[in-house]
Unconditional design. Structure first.
Length: 207
């Protein structure tokens, strides 16, 4: 409850957020925060861990009905992943910009592994992340997308695992790469159309 109340405040104020602001947002007394956390830095660390963790987005992906058309399933998955990465980038970026340095072994590289360009890896004085946690998170996300694709396995030339990896790669590129001023980034619908149908008007139309 405390972390959930703190996340939007951290995104807005970064490390300048106060525990009294968090307490008011959570509807609790400030002393209650310090019964759950040692200090404000520990609250901020918990916020980062929540923002980069994949539990929430995995639950979102699991709620997508397999009875929906494939394109609709992937569109919902793209939106869930976009929201997750946007929240991660906003929280981590706000804290980094305001000077918060984490040192309790939970770095941004331990989240999805498909970050938003706000920085990964460790900095001086910080513990390195567990070596396999990032890979585990990426695998969990890929497996969740595989489950969404599996009912249509027979329609693909590639395995669902490869299609899921391509989907995540296209989505990450769309979110990270700055588009030229004259060209808007791919919409989720365009991204999914490229994934499912390529970019040719018809097979064999290019020489």
């Amino acid at each position: 409850m405390i972390v959930a109340a703190a996340l939007p405040l951290v995104a807005e104020y970064g490390a300048a957020v106060t525990t009294s602001q968090i307490a008011r947002a959570a509807g609790i007394g400030e002393a209650t925060i310090f019964r759950a956390f040692k200090d404000k830095d520990e609250v901020l660390d918990a916020c980062v861990a929540e923002a980069v963790g994949t539990d929430h987005v995995l639950r979102e992906l699991a709620t997508i009905s397999l009875d929906e058309p494939l394109a609709d399933r992937l569109s919902e998955a793209a939106e869930a992943l976009r929201a997750h990465m946007e929240r991660m980038g906003t929280v981590v970026g706000a804290l980094h910009a305001s000077g918060h340095r984490r040192g309790r072994g939970t770095e941004t590289g331990t989240g999805t592994g498909i970050g938003t360009g706000t920085g990964t890896g460790t900095r001086d004085g910080e513990d390195p992340p567990p070596p396999d946690s990032r890979a585990q998170s990426v695998t969990a996300l890929r497996n969740a997308v595989v489950e969404l694709i599996e009912p249509d396995r027979a329609a693909f030339r590639l395995s669902p695992e490869k299609v899921a990896a391509a989907f995540l790669g296209l989505l990450l590129t769309r979110l990270q790469a700055p588009a030229p001023e004259a060209d808007a980034p791919l919409t989720p619908e365009e991204l999914i159309a490229v994934l499912l149908h390529g970019t040719l008007n018809a097979p064999g139309s290019a020489r």
